[in-house]
Design a protein. Sequence first.
Length: 150
Amino acid sequence: MARQLQPWHGNLLKRQVKSPKVYLRDTGLLHALLGIRTPKDLAEHPRSGASWEGYVIEQALSSVQPDEAYFWATHGGAELDLLMLKDGARLGIECKHVDAPRLTPSMRVALKDLALDHLLVVYPGPQRYPLADRVEAMPLAELAREGWWT
């Protein structure tokens, strides 16, 4: 029912968050507990971004089945919603519930500090497009497509 995602805390110079994050794996249950009954309720709810993040993380973990999975955050504000290690590669996932995601300073820091091979910004839009070298915006629907991470 709940997923506890442990923090990544490698030997970096930045002070890092070391407490785990907890997600309800079933967003339908989360919405019921929050009193969200309609799409309008969800759009207006202050926890809609957290609901999106939890849903995307569950879909990514189910699709990739990584060897290891973490989140990463520094006390300075940089963060990455999901860091997956699979077959020696490092894949970052950032969950954005916006129409047109952009590259943020936090993403740049995560890309560099975590030595990510690729960073995907998962959003509810229809098209996959590049944001920077090794960074792409990717529709949520593509998470279900087999082999998207290769």
